[in-house]
Design a protein around this ligand. Sequence first.
Ligand code: HEC
Length: 145
Amino acid sequence: MTINSFKLLSIFLAPAIAAMSLSACSDEPPKASTNVIPTIEVKVEETEPYIPNLAAGEKLVQNLCSQCHGDKIIPFVQSYPNIKGQKASYILKQLRDFKSDGRQDLYMQSVVKSLSDKDLQDAAEFYSTLKPLDLYNRSKEYSQQ
Ligand code: HEC
């Protein structure tokens, strides 16, 4: 290495060394870290509200639920609850509890096992739109038979 090339090197290195020593003296945080952009993960599927489908709910209820929660059998089987006109969020909570085994009943746990959460929401919403049974007049009808 000749003296000339050493001089050339020092010309290029001098500003860099000056910059490094300057930044070491300053109180500001190192510039490099400001280039890192923080990212926030948002799971869209979980935050998107599902709008219940009443027609799908009606079909599901007719196929799977009304033999036990319909009009005909209720007066006879006292342990089958009357859910027509019940609030949708209450029904939905019960259905989810049955599905997660948090609430136990052999019939209900087996009925909801294969259903999706959308199915449960559709069924709950549909039941909430129905007129509650008039049990008083119903009981009179049955006693006259
Ligand atoms: C084989 C009969 C049977 C079928 C079919 C059935 N259920 Fe039930 N359901 C019951 C019984 C019995 C209970 C009471 C469980 C208990 O005592 O905890 C019940 C409880 C419920 C409850 C809780 C009511 C409350 O007041 O807490 C809801 C909601 C419900 N069923 C909705 C449904 C829906 C929706 C379907 C169709 C997807 C369905 N059930 C199908 C028998 C049935």
